[in-house]
Design a protein around this ligand. Structure first.
Ligand code: CO
Ligand code: CO
Ligand code: CO
Length: 325
């Protein structure tokens, strides 16, 4: 979808200091030397049964693009599609989930818009603020930076397997907990430590978002498969091949740009491309500070955070990513 949006040339405005031309998570519009608006929008159909959980996940996911820029979300608008033939109580629960997550984030939901739709959809348009120049983009990764991921991978395959009734409740619950978790603390910690680049992991999967970051920064990345954190249960689910369509199309697109080590089998490749919802932050920073970042993340309960690889020089074969086992 990003590729489609890129074909439309929006009018140039010198105050638009980050636009979607760099595949970044949110746009940044400078109002004056002290303040810039950071804006983003995200919405999707239900991925879990419980409407309250769905509302929380959709809100955490929408706020995440603001956190990935190192910015502070301030206000948001609900975007709702809802069918005539489902009880309105369900919609109340979805909105209550979004509202409670907004309260946790310190964001005010100031309004919204609802349309009739064949299937429910929910999300938010979010406005954040930052001091111009302090935004953390995906285009400033430096060679030899460590690459850190703050949440485990696997929400795509787990929620898809859940639709086919082939996942047990504890595994589903751990995926739901991970998706509900705000990237707020991870974002504020990365700002105190000081990092070079950041993005969040959503529908394009770990390698898809890493690819965008590498392309925007004109660098390559080496990933160590064994260092990547995965949700419990995913290695059993891959055997049932219940990957969602998005994960498979991510893999097909990315295959040309990835050097796969011999040890990585097809299931491992698909997992690294698994379409995530409300995934973690993907951060690059100077090696001298990476352990400090991990320690601070751990001390605030972000225990899955891990150094998963490092930034390297891009060669002219357009292989932006190498994965070793
Ligand atoms: Co994003
Ligand atoms: Co987004
Ligand atoms: Co309206």
């Amino acid at each position: 979808m990003v590729q489609v949006l890129q074909q439309i040339n929006n009018e140039f405005d010198e105050n638009l200091i980050v636009s979607n031309s760099s595949f970044d998570d949110a746009s940044v519009y400078k109002l004056n030397d002290d303040i810039a608006l950071v804006t983003t929008i995200d919405f999707f159909p239900p991925i879990v049964d419980d409407p309250y959980n769905y509302g929380q996940i959709a809100a955490a996911n929408a706020f995440s693009d603001i956190y990935a820029m190192g910015a502070t979300p301030i206000s948001a608008l609900n975007i709702v599609g809802f069918p005539n033939d489902i009880s309105e109580n369900i919609l109340v629960e979805i909105l209550r989930g979004g509202s409670d997550k907004a309260k946790e984030a310190g964001v005010v939901i100031s309004g919204g818009h609802t349309i009739k739709d064949k299937e429910p959809k929910y999300g938010l348009s979010v406005t954040g603020i930052i001091k111009p120049g302090e935004e953390i983009t995906n285009s400033n990764a430096k060679i030899n930076d460590d690459i850190i991921l703050t949440k485990p991978i696997g929400t795509g395959i787990i929620t898809a397997a859940h639709i086919n009734k082939s996942v047990n409740q504890p595994i589903l619950n751990s995926a739901i907990d991970s998706m509900k978790k705000l990237n707020k603390d991870a974002s504020s910690i990365m700002k105190t430590v000081g990092v070079n680049a950041c993005t969040d992991i959503t529908g394009f999967g770990l390698l898809g978002h890493l690819y965008n970051l590498c392309k925007s920064s004109n660098v390559a990345a080496n990933i160590n498969f064994n260092s990547v954190p995965f949700l419990n249960g995913v290695f059993d689910l891959v055997k049932t091949n219940s990957f969602p369509g998005g994960s498979k199309s991510n893999f097909e697109f990315l295959n040309d740009f990835v050097k796969w080590g011999n040890i990585i089998d097809d299931h491992g490749k698909l997992l690294l491309c698994d379409a995530q919802t409300s995934g973690g932050l993907l951060i690059t920073l100077d090696k001298s500070r990476s352990q400090e970042l991990i320690n601070k993340l751990n001390s605030l309960g972000i225990h899955n955070a891990a150094i998963i690889g490092e930034v390297s020089t891009l060669t002219n074969d357009s292989k932006y990513i190498s994965v070793e086992g």
